[in-house]
Design a binder for this molecule. Structure first.
Ligand SMILES: Nc1nc2c(ncn2[C@@H]2O[C@H](COP(=O)(O)OP(=O)(O)O)[C@@H](O)[C@H]2O)c(=O)[nH]1
Ligand SMILES: Nc1ncnc2c1ncn2[C@@H]1O[C@H](COP(=O)(O)OP(=O)(O)O)[C@@H](O)[C@H]1O
Length: 204
């Protein structure tokens, strides 16, 4: 991937940890001015209140498989019986235009992105304060059947094993603090990019 200016940020973590909430809050806080959110494609059914093109691009299985075959996805994965994937062109266009882009994706997809961008991306893993709180949050959201919740909790066991592939782990306890931490990480990574641009000869 040719990334001229913007930073690619990958946010993962178990179902119910608060990934969507953190992304929404960061957007509202407007502390990161040059941040764009990648809207994923999925074959999962919309939840109440979710809108096509805003929360996800909701697709039929065949449509999604066409996207895979046409090379339209930066990465994709199957999670609890549904496909999820990141449309490539949006990410590429925004990065080229100098925007940071955040992907809210699960671990298999994140590892595919890691392979493509190497150390260039910022990979952040969100964890809950504890498993009881995670279960409480999934129940509070009231979006899952018992079966779906159990499968999400089962998926977490595999997800947690891959945490060492991430650059940062943030415990999502207090939501405001979590947002501040994510914002600080992004700002600090920009400072690294600036450092790498400096040619010390200029200052002599
Ligand atoms: N690989 C991949 N995972 C995605 C993508 N979009 C969403 N996901 C992940 O798929 C998982 C299930 O998402 P969702 O059905 O919205 O459930 P939730 O995590 O319980 O809110 C989550 O871990 C999401 O981060 C994507 O484009 N690619
Ligand atoms: N820091 C937090 N403290 C308490 N509740 C939270 C926090 N972050 C998220 N939640 C709640 O947990 C539930 C799951 O959050 P959500 O953002 O949908 O998770 P995810 O996108 O990771 O599946 C929601 O009801 C949300 O309001």
């Amino acid at each position: 991937m040719n990334r001229e200016e913007g930073l690619l940020i990958v946010l993962s973590g178990p179902s119910g940890v608060g990934k969507g909430t953190v992304c929404k809050q960061i957007r509202c806080r407007q502390k990161l001015q040059h941040l764009k959110y990648s809207v994923s494609a999925t074959t999962r059914a919309p939840r109440e209140g979710e809108a096509n093109g805003v929360d996800y691009f909701f697709k039929q299985k065949e449509e999604f498989e066409d996207m895979i075959n046409n090379g339209e996805l930066l990465e994709w994965a199957k999670y609890v019986d549904n496909y999820y994937g990141t449309p490539y062109s949006f990410v590429q266009d925004q990065l080229k235009a100098g925007y940071d882009v955040i992907l809210e994706i699960e671990v298999q997809g994140a590892l595919q992105v890691r392979k493509r961008v190497g150390k260039e991306g910022i990979f952040i893993f969100l964890v809950p304060p504890n498993v009881e709180e995670l279960k409480r949050r999934i129940l509070e959201r009231a979006s899952e059947t018992d079966e779906s919740m159990n499968r999400r909790l089962k998926a977490m066991e595999q997800e947690m094993k891959l945490i060492q592939h991430y650059d940062y782990c943030v415990v999502n306890d207090d939501i405001q603090l979590t947002c501040e931490l994510v914002e600080s990480i992004v700002n600090a990574e920009h400072c690294k990019v600036e450092r790498n641009k400096i040619k010390y000869e200029q200052w002599l």
